[in-house]
Design a protein around this ligand. Sequence first.
Ligand code: HEM
Length: 162
Amino acid sequence: MVEFLTWVEDSALGEMMRGLGVWSYGLFNLAHILGIATLFGSMLIFDLRLLGLWRRIPLRSVAAPTLPLAVAGFVLAAGSGTCMIATNAIDYSDNPFLLIKFPAIALGVLNAIVVAKLPAWQAVTATDAPAQREPRALAISGGLSLAFWLTAVASGRMIGYW
Ligand code: HEM
Protein backbone atom coordinates (compact mmCIF):
# COMPACT_ATOMS: atom_id res chain seq x y z
CA MET A 1 0.00 0.00 0.00
CA VAL A 2 2.73 2.53 0.98
CA GLU A 3 4.73 1.59 -2.15
CA PHE A 4 1.68 2.14 -4.35
CA LEU A 5 0.85 5.50 -2.73
CA THR A 6 4.50 6.59 -3.06
CA TRP A 7 4.37 5.70 -6.76
CA VAL A 8 1.12 7.71 -7.12
CA GLU A 9 2.58 10.77 -5.35
CA ASP A 10 5.81 10.61 -7.40
CA SER A 11 3.88 10.28 -10.68
CA ALA A 12 3.75 13.02 -13.33
CA LEU A 13 0.13 13.70 -12.25
CA GLY A 14 1.25 14.28 -8.65
CA GLU A 15 3.99 16.65 -9.76
CA MET A 16 1.59 18.52 -12.02
CA MET A 17 -1.00 18.89 -9.23
CA ARG A 18 1.59 20.24 -6.75
CA GLY A 19 2.77 22.77 -9.33
CA LEU A 20 -0.66 24.13 -10.25
CA GLY A 21 -0.93 26.80 -7.59
CA VAL A 22 -2.80 27.56 -4.42
CA TRP A 23 -6.40 27.41 -5.75
CA SER A 24 -6.10 24.20 -7.74
CA TYR A 25 -6.73 21.64 -4.95
CA GLY A 26 -9.83 23.55 -3.85
CA LEU A 27 -11.19 23.57 -7.41
CA PHE A 28 -10.57 19.83 -7.82
CA ASN A 29 -12.30 19.30 -4.47
CA LEU A 30 -15.25 21.33 -5.75
CA ALA A 31 -15.40 19.14 -8.88
CA HIS A 32 -15.22 16.06 -6.61
CA ILE A 33 -18.18 17.23 -4.54
CA LEU A 34 -20.22 18.09 -7.65
CA GLY A 35 -19.45 14.61 -9.03
CA ILE A 36 -20.46 12.95 -5.76
CA ALA A 37 -23.67 14.98 -5.54
CA THR A 38 -24.61 14.05 -9.12
CA LEU A 39 -23.75 10.37 -8.62
CA PHE A 40 -25.36 9.96 -5.23
CA GLY A 41 -28.43 12.07 -6.00
CA SER A 42 -29.13 10.07 -9.17
CA MET A 43 -28.55 6.72 -7.47
CA LEU A 44 -30.76 7.71 -4.53
CA ILE A 45 -33.74 8.26 -6.84
CA PHE A 46 -32.99 5.16 -8.93
CA ASP A 47 -32.42 2.86 -5.93
CA LEU A 48 -35.55 4.06 -4.13
CA ARG A 49 -37.49 3.29 -7.32
CA LEU A 50 -35.97 -0.23 -7.34
CA LEU A 51 -37.08 -0.55 -3.71
CA GLY A 52 -40.67 0.13 -4.79
CA LEU A 53 -41.25 3.88 -4.43
CA TRP A 54 -43.10 5.76 -7.20
CA ARG A 55 -44.30 2.50 -8.76
CA ARG A 56 -46.63 4.33 -11.15
CA ILE A 57 -43.57 5.67 -12.99
CA PRO A 58 -42.17 2.93 -15.27
CA LEU A 59 -38.68 1.85 -14.21
CA ARG A 60 -37.19 2.67 -17.58
CA SER A 61 -38.55 6.22 -17.37
CA VAL A 62 -36.68 6.64 -14.07
CA ALA A 63 -33.54 4.95 -15.43
CA ALA A 64 -33.38 7.15 -18.57
CA PRO A 65 -32.29 10.38 -16.80
CA THR A 66 -30.74 8.97 -13.61
CA LEU A 67 -28.31 6.34 -14.97
CA PRO A 68 -26.45 8.55 -17.49
CA LEU A 69 -26.21 11.27 -14.80
CA ALA A 70 -24.85 8.73 -12.31
CA VAL A 71 -22.18 7.63 -14.82
CA ALA A 72 -21.23 11.29 -15.50
CA GLY A 73 -21.02 11.99 -11.76
CA PHE A 74 -18.88 8.90 -11.23
CA VAL A 75 -16.45 9.90 -14.01
CA LEU A 76 -16.15 13.43 -12.53
CA ALA A 77 -15.65 12.11 -8.97
CA ALA A 78 -13.11 9.46 -10.04
CA GLY A 79 -11.15 11.90 -12.25
CA SER A 80 -11.00 14.71 -9.68
CA GLY A 81 -10.38 12.23 -6.81
CA THR A 82 -7.42 10.70 -8.66
CA CYS A 83 -5.92 14.18 -9.12
CA MET A 84 -6.51 15.01 -5.44
CA ILE A 85 -4.97 11.83 -4.09
CA ALA A 86 -1.92 12.19 -6.36
CA THR A 87 -1.18 15.56 -4.70
CA ASN A 88 -0.22 14.02 -1.34
CA ALA A 89 -0.90 10.27 -1.59
CA ILE A 90 1.63 9.22 1.08
CA ASP A 91 -0.32 11.18 3.73
CA TYR A 92 -3.16 8.65 3.30
CA SER A 93 -1.02 5.54 3.88
CA ASP A 94 -2.34 4.89 7.41
CA ASN A 95 -5.88 6.13 6.79
CA PRO A 96 -8.37 3.28 7.44
CA PHE A 97 -11.23 5.11 5.73
CA LEU A 98 -9.48 4.67 2.39
CA LEU A 99 -9.79 0.91 2.90
CA ILE A 100 -13.54 1.28 3.45
CA LYS A 101 -14.19 3.83 0.70
CA PHE A 102 -12.57 2.10 -2.28
CA PRO A 103 -14.06 -1.38 -1.69
CA ALA A 104 -17.48 0.32 -1.20
CA ILE A 105 -17.08 2.13 -4.55
CA ALA A 106 -16.00 -1.11 -6.26
CA LEU A 107 -19.02 -2.95 -4.80
CA GLY A 108 -21.36 -0.13 -5.90
CA VAL A 109 -20.08 -0.35 -9.48
CA LEU A 110 -20.15 -4.17 -9.44
CA ASN A 111 -23.73 -4.15 -8.15
CA ALA A 112 -24.82 -1.83 -10.99
CA ILE A 113 -23.21 -4.16 -13.56
CA VAL A 114 -24.94 -7.20 -12.02
CA VAL A 115 -28.37 -5.45 -11.99
CA ALA A 116 -28.08 -4.66 -15.71
CA LYS A 117 -27.51 -8.38 -16.42
CA LEU A 118 -30.41 -9.67 -14.30
CA PRO A 119 -33.27 -11.26 -16.28
CA ALA A 120 -35.66 -9.38 -13.97
CA TRP A 121 -34.12 -6.04 -15.09
CA GLN A 122 -34.38 -6.98 -18.77
CA ALA A 123 -38.02 -7.98 -18.32
CA VAL A 124 -39.09 -4.90 -16.34
CA THR A 125 -37.32 -2.40 -18.59
CA ALA A 126 -38.78 -3.97 -21.75
CA THR A 127 -42.17 -2.43 -20.97
CA ASP A 128 -43.67 0.91 -19.92
CA ALA A 129 -46.48 -0.79 -18.01
CA PRO A 130 -46.48 0.20 -14.32
CA ALA A 131 -45.52 -2.74 -12.10
CA GLN A 132 -47.73 -4.01 -9.27
CA ARG A 133 -44.60 -5.12 -7.47
CA GLU A 134 -40.94 -5.06 -8.55
CA PRO A 135 -39.12 -8.41 -8.63
CA ARG A 136 -37.40 -9.13 -5.32
CA ALA A 137 -33.95 -9.34 -6.97
CA LEU A 138 -34.25 -5.71 -8.12
CA ALA A 139 -35.37 -4.49 -4.70
CA ILE A 140 -32.42 -6.29 -3.05
CA SER A 141 -30.00 -4.74 -5.55
CA GLY A 142 -31.49 -1.30 -4.87
CA GLY A 143 -31.00 -1.73 -1.12
CA LEU A 144 -27.43 -2.99 -1.56
CA SER A 145 -26.62 -0.14 -3.92
CA LEU A 146 -27.84 2.48 -1.42
CA ALA A 147 -25.75 0.84 1.33
CA PHE A 148 -22.59 0.79 -0.84
CA TRP A 149 -22.90 4.41 -2.02
CA LEU A 150 -23.79 5.67 1.46
CA THR A 151 -20.70 3.89 2.82
CA ALA A 152 -18.55 5.43 0.05
CA VAL A 153 -19.82 8.95 0.80
CA ALA A 154 -19.53 8.57 4.60
CA SER A 155 -16.04 7.05 4.54
CA GLY A 156 -14.91 9.60 1.91
CA ARG A 157 -15.99 12.42 4.23
CA MET A 158 -14.26 10.77 7.21
CA ILE A 159 -10.88 10.50 5.41
CA GLY A 160 -10.13 14.13 6.22
CA TYR A 161 -10.83 13.68 9.95
CA TRP A 162 -8.32 10.83 10.53
C1 HEM B 1 -11.10 6.93 -8.01
C2 HEM B 1 -12.05 7.44 -7.24
C3 HEM B 1 -11.82 8.40 -6.10
C4 HEM B 1 -10.65 8.88 -5.52
C5 HEM B 1 -9.22 8.55 -5.90
C6 HEM B 1 -11.03 9.74 -4.43
C7 HEM B 1 -10.16 10.45 -3.61
C8 HEM B 1 -10.53 11.38 -2.65
C9 HEM B 1 -9.63 12.23 -1.90
C10 HEM B 1 -8.13 12.25 -2.03
C11 HEM B 1 -10.37 12.99 -1.06
C12 HEM B 1 -9.88 14.05 -0.06
C13 HEM B 1 -9.77 13.43 1.30
C14 HEM B 1 -9.29 14.44 2.33
O1 HEM B 1 -8.09 14.56 2.50
O2 HEM B 1 -10.15 15.09 2.97
C15 HEM B 1 -11.76 12.63 -1.27
C16 HEM B 1 -12.82 13.19 -0.59
C17 HEM B 1 -14.09 12.70 -0.66
N1 HEM B 1 -14.55 11.69 -1.48
FE1 HEM B 1 -13.49 10.77 -2.95
N2 HEM B 1 -12.41 9.78 -4.36
C18 HEM B 1 -12.92 8.97 -5.36
C19 HEM B 1 -14.25 8.73 -5.63
C20 HEM B 1 -15.28 9.06 -4.76
C21 HEM B 1 -16.64 8.63 -4.90
C22 HEM B 1 -17.18 7.78 -6.06
C23 HEM B 1 -17.32 9.12 -3.80
C24 HEM B 1 -18.76 8.98 -3.42
C25 HEM B 1 -19.61 8.12 -3.89
C26 HEM B 1 -16.40 9.88 -3.01
C27 HEM B 1 -16.69 10.53 -1.83
C28 HEM B 1 -15.88 11.46 -1.20
C29 HEM B 1 -16.30 12.38 -0.15
C30 HEM B 1 -17.70 12.49 0.45
C31 HEM B 1 -15.18 13.16 0.16
C32 HEM B 1 -15.12 14.33 1.17
C33 HEM B 1 -15.29 15.63 0.35
C34 HEM B 1 -15.19 16.86 1.21
O3 HEM B 1 -15.88 16.93 2.21
O4 HEM B 1 -14.41 17.78 0.87
N3 HEM B 1 -15.15 9.82 -3.63
N4 HEM B 1 -11.83 11.65 -2.24
